[in-house]
Design a protein. Structure first.
Length: 128
């Protein structure tokens, strides 16, 4: 299984992002590839990033409509309780909150994370 990290979500929304084309390609494959999923934590972090970067309500709504068209409900994975416990251990080692949630889900499901995030790359298999 492969999990889409937040960097691909954000990158797919911003044409000026240096990884826009590659990010958009990953997002476009979510619906058609059986092994590709989006962690709920990636979606929540993406919304928080948009809010912190000053996206207004309308910009966030337009962004989510674009993503909603590409990410079917059945392709979103929630973190089971066991992964949250593991995330706490990763946070104790210095990992960011959302990175720890995505990484712990990848560890528990033996997944590869699609990301450029170096913190995640040190713990689980990644690709870009």
């Amino acid at each position: 299984m492969r999990l889409i990290d937040t960097v691909a979500l954000i990158g797919s929304l911003n044409p000026r992002d240096r990884e826009h084309a590659h990010s958009l390609q990953h997002i476009r494959h979510v619906a058609s590839r059986d092994d590709l999923y989006v962690p709920m934590a990636s979606l929540i972090e993406a919304d928080l990033v948009m809010k912190i970067r000053g996206y207004d309500h309308m910009e966030r709504e337009v962004s989510w409509k674009a993503l909603e068209a590409r990410i079917p409900k059945g392709k979103i994975l929630a973190n089971p309780v066991s992964t949250i416990r593991l995330a706490i251990e990763l946070q104790k080692e210095g990992m960011d909150y959302f990175d720890s949630l995505i990484t712990s889900l990848a560890k528990e499901t033996n997944s590869t994370v699609i990301t450029t995030d170096r913190a995640i790359q040190t713990v689980v298999p990644t690709e870009w």
